[in-house]
Write a protein that binds this ligand. Structure first.
Ligand SMILES: [Cu+2]
Length: 140
């Protein structure tokens, strides 16, 4: 009897594992994420308007799972998070889960780095990840 259960559990694991292993949505070839503004190396005044550019993918709000879409995340003064799990949400990892394509930031005077990272409906980066290059700006 218990042997049957073990067999059933083993079979169930085989069926369910691929579902759990599939945690990242694929990104299409040619997907590109970039800053429309500010320019890398720019000197700006706060508040800083940041505009997000995305090519060959679409923007969808968080929670909506549509192929080849995602929502923007802005990494402020931090490196990339783990790329195979949901992006943290804090002052350095800002989510734009309503599908926003620009933001206005209050930044202290000094040098700051900004990087964009697209996340899927569950805030997890795509595979391969869709990210901008990291830019550096100076706030007067
Ligand atoms: Cu998010």
């Amino acid at each position: 009897m218990s042997r049957i259960y073990i067999t059933l559990i083993s079979l169930l694991s085989l069926v369910l594992l691929p579902v759990y292993a599939q945690t990242q949505n694929p990104s299409p070839q040619g997907a590109e994420l970039y800053f429309i503004t500010p320019d890398d190396g720019a000197t700006v005044t706060s508040p800083v308007t940041v505009k997000f550019g995305l090519k060959n993918m679409g923007v969808a709000p968080a929670g909506i799972n549509v192929e080849n879409t995602g929502h923007h995340h802005l990494l402020i003064d931090t490196g990339l998070p783990a790329l195979n799990q949901p992006i943290p949400a804090d002052d350095k990892h800002v989510h734009f889960g309503k599908g926003q394509t620009e933001a206005t930031l209050d930044l202290a005077p000094g040098t700051h780095t900004l990087q964009l990272l697209l996340g899927d409906h569950l805030h997890t980066p795509h595979n391969p990840p869709v990210m901008s290059k990291s830019i550096t700006i100076t706030v007067k």
